[in-house]
Design a protein. Structure first.
Ligand SMILES: Cc1cc2nc3c(=O)[nH]c(=O)nc-3n(C[C@H](O)[C@H](O)[C@H](O)COP(=O)(O)OP(=O)(O)OC[C@H]3O[C@@H](n4cnc5c(N)ncnc54)[C@H](O)[C@@H]3O)c2cc1C
Length: 475
């Protein structure tokens, strides 16, 4: 019996609208969002159903062809594009974009992997519910990708990250079998919780094709403030103060260095500095409540007045309308875009216990300044989760290319400080291709062995997103 070449086999499964090797399409699917990685896949497959995914994966398994699962391709660590020399195909889930069911009484939404995060949020909102995961790429990022990266974002403080939102999963395993774990339960202690294997696995263990997601009551009132503080230590104290004044109503607590704000003001049109006086650090605070009459503005004002008198903060402004609130959030959400326009930088996505954030910022900044005088630190992130984005460059753009060449040495300084503080070198973006070497350095040997054991058990041929999480040749 003649064996079909893989492209003909794939064509017979997904049809002409599900397979392309068009040059422009290949270019956009092979290149990552940051423009840092260029893959060499010759085919992009776009199945429209779970059955098509199963058939594609089985065909690749039999032919020994590796697969890079892809959603919105917004990965920050080169996880969603192939490396070179693997002969991988890209399996893009964007055509699987149906909401399957919504159970309002059970507060669950069931959808396919290619539904964008923004569509899930909007669908939930139409039924007066909240889907709380919120990231600046939500218009493009898709549920399969958001699950596979265990995305965080700005509301983790109150609702948890993506892992906390997933009740059930449907996964095509590396040999093409289907695992139907589409449970809608909040309690289920029947042995190992298999869905956790695939959440945050960066597509290295299987293809997520659908999920059951948790919904929450839609907040009916919201208060937003922009607060100037002298230091990250003051920001952490402010967070503690707010917890004691407003309980768990704090849903957002975002730190930004002046350098981060300045970059947004420079590159993003229509943005304005909310406070006249320049401050070294700012915090964007948001409170929310399910009741429309929660009096959040007054609560926030009282809480901020108290800390102003204690000189824990230096200034603050509370938004008086939805549009003012949106303008404050835009300052935070546009940092990644502004950073992209500013030019290349050495990025870090770290977490430490919240109480150790001040030590991290001080220690890392001092060590970096000693090693690279004049270095510019652009620091922003989710203080409530201990997660900071810590981006480094030289203010003089001419010096930047040579500075980028010392990335390994810079990483060593930053990640060693993180490690000493019992932190993580990747809080929310993942490992991808970017941090494979760093992972080997900082994970304990036994943890790495356990991870490899799982990988080998599920994907013995190493066909699922090879070269990601694990160093090539290291499994
Ligand atoms: C401007 C901007 C802001 C961002 N802000 C945040 C933020 O605040 N917090 C945060 O956590 N991230 C953030 N990100 C990173 C990124 O958006 C998230 O990681 C997002 O979850 C990725 O979703 P995606 O659909 O684009 O996945 P992709 O980038 O396509 O893929 C990401 C990973 O998931 C795998 N994958 C994709 N789909 C599947 C599937 N169906 N089954 C199995 N594996 C799959 C891929 O192989 C890859 O390993 C940001 C990115 C940008 C560009």
């Amino acid at each position: 019996m003649a064996i079909l070449p893989i492209n003909e086999k794939l064509l017979s499964i997904v049809g002409p609208s599900g397979l392309t090797n068009d040059v422009l399409a290949l270019e956009s699917h092979n290149r990552d969002w940051r423009g840092r990685y260029q893959g060499d896949a010759a085919w992009v497959v776009k199945p429209a159903t779970t059955h098509e995914v199963m058939d594609v994966v089985r065909a690749c398994f039999e032919a020994g062809i590796s697969i890079v699962p892809q959603g919105g391709n917004t990965s920050q660590c080169g996880a969603s594009v192939p490396g070179t020399g693997w002969g991988s195909i890209i399996l893009n889930l964007s055509r699987m974009n149906r909401i399957r069911t919504i159970d309002w009484d059970n507060d669950t939404l069931t959808c396919e992997a290619g539904v964008t995060l923004a569509t899930v949020q909007e669908t939930a909102r139409q039924g007066n519910r909240l889907f709380p995961v919120s990231i600046a790429s939500e218009g493009t990022a898709e549920i399969g990708g958001v699950i596979s990266t265990n995305a965080g974002g700005t509301a983790v403080l109150r609702y948890g990250n993506m892992r906390s939102q997933v009740l059930g999963l449907e996964v095509v395993l590396p040999d093409g079998q289907l695992w139907n774990g589409m449970r809608m339960l909040r309690k289920d202690n029947t042995g190992y919780d298999l869905k956790q294997w695939f959440i945050g696995a960066e597509g290295t263990l299987g293809i997520v094709t659908a999920a059951v997601l948790r919904l929450y009551p839609l907040p009916r009132s919201r208060a937003t403030a922009w607060v100037a503080v002298d230091s990250p230590a003051q920001a952490v104290s402010l967070l503690s103060h707010l917890k004691s004044c407003v309980g768990d109503r704090t849903s957002g607590f975002e730190l930004m260095s002046r350098s981060a704000l300045q970059m947004v003001l420079t590159h993003i049109t229509g943005t304005h500095d909310p406070l006249g006086n320049s401050s070294p650090w700012y915090v964007l605070v948001e409170l929310e409540d399910a009741s429309p009459d929660a009096g959040l503005d007054a609560l926030l004002e009282t809480a901020l007045d108290q800390v102003l008198q204690q000189q824990l903060i230096s200034d603050a402004v509370i938004s008086r309308s939805e549009s003012q609130s949106a303008a404050l959030w835009a300052l935070r959400e546009q940092v990644s875009e502004a950073q992209k326009r500013e030019g290349i930088s050495i990025k870090h996505d770290i977490s430490v216990p919240v109480s150790r954030i001040p030590v991290f910022v001080e220690d890392a900044s001092q060590k970096l300044e000693r090693a690279y005088p004049g270095i510019r630190v652009v620091c922003f992130g989710h203080v409530g989760d201990g997660n900071l984005h810590y981006n480094l460059s030289m203010p003089d753009k001419v010096k930047n290319p040579s500075f980028i060449e010392v990335t390994p040495q810079v990483n060593r300084i930053v990640h060693d400080v993180v490690h000493q503080l019992d932190g993580s070198i990747s809080a929310e973006h993942g490992i991808g291709q970017l941090k494979v070497d760093e992972l080997v350095r900082y994970k304990s040997p036994i943890e790495l062995e356990l991870m490899k054991t799982l990988k080998k058990a599920l994907d013995p041929k190493n066909l699922m997103n090879p070269g990601k999480i694990f160093r090539p040749g290291n499994i």
